[in-house]
Design a protein around this ligand. Structure first.
Ligand code: FES
Length: 200
C-alpha cells in the first residue's frame, strides 16, 4: 500500500497538471452523482463553484473580457429599459466612440450591459467598475436615476481622475425616496392584528 502511495506522490510531483485534471474529473463525477440522470444540468452551480476554486476563488473580469480602467455597465432590464437605458447606452457609446464590449483607444473606458441590479425604483442606472487603482483598489459603484447628460458628466469627471458622487443623480431625491419627500408610511407602522384564539 505504501509503495502505491509513494508512486502516486511521485507521479503527482512529475505531472502536476495531469494530477489536477484527474482530481477535478473525480470531483466532477462526484458532484454529478448527487443528481438524478434527467437533472444532471442542475449541477451547473456546484461545477462553476469548482471552476472558481481552481482559479483561486474569484474569477477576475479581465480573465474573460478586456475592459477599460473604468468599465461602465448599463442596466438593460425592463424597468431601466422603459426609463431610457437604451438612450443612456447609445449616448455613452457615441461619446466614447466605441461599440459595446470595446475599449477606448486610451484604455480608459469600456461599456457593457448587465441585468437588473435591484435599483429599479431609481431607474435607469449604471454601474462603474473602477480598476484605476488595480484589482486591489477595485471599486464598484451604482449611479442611479441617470440621464444622458449625467452619464457624460460622470465619464468626463472620471477621465480627469475625479470621483463623481455615486448614488442618486436626481437633485431632489434623497436615496430612494420620492421627489418632495415621503407621502406614505410616515408614522410608526401599526402592529399586526391577530385573531384571539383563546376567545374562540
Ligand atoms: S431594472 Fe435596472 S436596476 Fe432593476
Amino acid at each position: 500500500m505504501r509503495s502505491v502511495f509513494r508512486r502516486f506522490v511521485k507521479f503527482s510531483a512529475n505531472h502536476p497538471l495531469r494530477f489536477m485534471y484527474s482530481l477535478t474529473l473525480y470531483q466532477v463525477k462526484e458532484i454529478l452523482s448527487y443528481y438524478p440522470s434527467n437533472y444532471k444540468q442542475s449541477a451547473v452551480i456546484p461545477l462553476l463553484d469548482l471552476a472558481q476554486h481552481q482559479h483561486g476563488g474569484w474569477l477576475h473580469v479581465s480573465a474573460t473580457n478586456v475592459v477599460g480602467k473604468y468599465h461602465l455597465l448599463v442596466c438593460g432590464t425592463t424597468p431601466c429599459m422603459i426609463r431610457g437605458s437604451r438612450d443612456i447606452e447609445s449616448v455613452l457609446l457615441d461619446h466614447l466612440g466605441v461599440k459595446r464590449g470595446e475599449v477606448t483607444k486610451d484604455g480608459f473606458f469600456s461599456v457593457g450591459e448587465m441585468e437588473c441590479m435591484g435599483c429599479c425604483v431609481n431607474a435607469p442606472m449604471i454601474t462603474v467598475e473602477d480598476y484605476s487603482n488595480g484589482s486591489q483598489g477595485y471599486t464598484y459603484n451604482y449611479f442611479v436615476y441617470v440621464t444622458p447628460e449625467k452619464v457624460v458628466e460622470i465619464v468626463e469627471k472620471l477621465r480627469k481622475g475625479e470621483k463623481p458622487p455615486h448614488g442618486t443623480q436626481h437633485p431632489k431625491r434623497i436615496k430612494c425616496g420620492p421627489e418632495g419627500g415621503n407621502t406614505r408610511l410616515l408614522g410608526e407602522p401599526k402592529p399586526l392584528q391577530f385573531r384571539d384564539l383563546d376567545a374562540c
